[in-house]
Design a protein around this ligand. Structure first.
Ligand SMILES: [Zn+2]
Ligand SMILES: [Zn+2]
Ligand SMILES: [Zn+2]
Ligand SMILES: [Zn+2]
Ligand SMILES: [Zn+2]
Ligand SMILES: [Zn+2]
Ligand SMILES: [Zn+2]
Ligand SMILES: [Zn+2]
Length: 270
C-alpha cells in the first residue's frame, strides 16, 4: 500500500484485490462485514453503503442515471432491454410480463397508464398512441387498421368492434351500430330492418313495454320484434301514428334505450 513494510502480525490479504495490506489500511465492507483494504472500498453510488470492489458492480454507461458503482442490493438487470446492469432505482415492473425494465426500455400504455417493456407497445395507426397488447383493437370495417381499445366500440348488431368513423346511429332504435349494419338510405340498422310482427310477446317484453308506455295500456297493441347479438329490439304501436322502439338485454326487464316516434319526429330517452 504505502511502501512501509507491514509487520507480520498486522498483515492481511484483502479478499477483493488479493493484495497484502496492514490492518492500519483496512476497512469493513458493508456487504457481509469482511475486512478489505481501503483502496478496494468505496460508497455505493445509490445507497452510500461502503462496499468492496468484489461486492460492487458498475452499471452500464447507457443506464438512465449513467454508469454508477453499485452495491449488490442496489444493482439489478434490465430484463426488458439487453439484460444490462442498472440500478434498482431505475427499473419498474412491466405490467405485461412482470419483469424489471429500466426507464430507457419502457413506455406507458395510453389506455391503462401503466409501465410496460417497450417491445410490448405499439403505436395505433391514426392517433399514434402507444398501447400494450391487451389494449389493441381492430375495426370490423377496415381489417388492417390498428386501434386502441378505447377508440372502438362493440356493434350491438354483429358484436364486432368498429371505430368512430365506422359507426352510425340507427334512426329507429337509436343505437350506435357499425356501418356494415346500417343502411345508408333508411338509416336503419340491420335489426330494425327485420322487425317482424308478433302476436303474443314474451312476458319480459310486455313488462318492459309497460315501463316505456307508463302502464295501463291494453295488451292488444301491435308489436314488432327482432333479436340480434346484444338486444331484443321491440317496436310498440301507441296509436295516432306514434310508436316506441325500445331495446332489452336478454334476461332483463328494464329497457336499455327507448326512442319515441311521432309525426313530430323522434325523441330518444335513456
Ligand atoms: Zn466485500
Ligand atoms: Zn447500494
Ligand atoms: Zn434497460
Ligand atoms: Zn415486459
Ligand atoms: Zn395497456
Ligand atoms: Zn355490426
Ligand atoms: Zn373503422
Ligand atoms: Zn336499429
Amino acid at each position: 500500500m504505502d511502501e512501509q513494510p507491514a509487520c507480520d502480525e498486522h498483515v492481511r490479504v484483502c479478499p477483493a484485490c488479493r493484495l497484502e495490506h496492514c490492518t492500519a489500511h483496512a476497512g469493513v465492507c458493508a456487504e457481509d462485514g469482511h475486512t478489505a483494504c481501503t483502496a478496494c472500498l468505496a460508497p455505493c453510488g445509490s445507497c452510500g453503503r461502503v462496499v468492496c470492489n468484489r461486492h460492487a458492480e458498475q452499471s452500464g454507461a447507457g443506464a438512465p442515471k449513467g454508469s454508477r458503482r453499485l452495491c449488490a442490493a442496489c444493482l439489478t438487470y434490465c430484463e426488458g432491454g439487453t439484460n444490462e446492469p442498472v440500478g434498482v432505482d431505475e427499473v419498474t415492473q412491466c405490467a405485461s410480463c412482470g419483469k424489471s425494465v429500466c426507464t430507457a426500455h419502457q413506455a406507458i400504455c395510453a389506455v391503462d397508464g401503466q409501465v410496460h417493456c417497450s417491445q410490448h407497445l405499439r403505436r395505433t395507426d391514426k392517433s399514434r398512441r402507444l398501447v400494450c397488447a391487451r389494449h389493441r383493437a381492430g375495426c370490423a370495417v377496415e381489417a388492417m387498421a390498428f386501434f386502441a381499445s378505447d377508440e372502438v366500440e362493440e356493434c350491438p348488431v354483429c358484436g364486432k368492434h368498429a371505430c368512430a368513423q365506422h359507426r352510425g346511429t340507427c334512426g329507429h332504435c337509436g343505437r350506435q351500430v357499425c356501418t356494415a349494419d346500417l343502411a345508408p338510405q333508411s338509416r336503419r340498422c340491420a335489426t330494425c330492418a327485420q322487425l317482424a310482427a308478433i302476436a303474443d310477446p314474451p312476458v319480459e317484453v310486455v313488462a318492459a313495454a309497460r315501463a316505456v308506455t307508463g302502464g295501463g295500456q291494453r295488451a292488444s297493441r301491435a308489436w314488432r320484434m327482432a333479436r340480434d347479438r346484444s338486444h331484443l329490439v321491440v317496436e310498440v304501436d301507441l296509436g295516432l301514428k306514434r310508436k316506441a322502439v325500445f331495446t332489452l338485454r336478454p334476461g332483463t326487464t328494464a329497457p336499455e334505450s327507448v326512442v319515441r316516434h311521432s309525426l313530430l319526429g323522434s325523441k330518444r330517452r335513456q
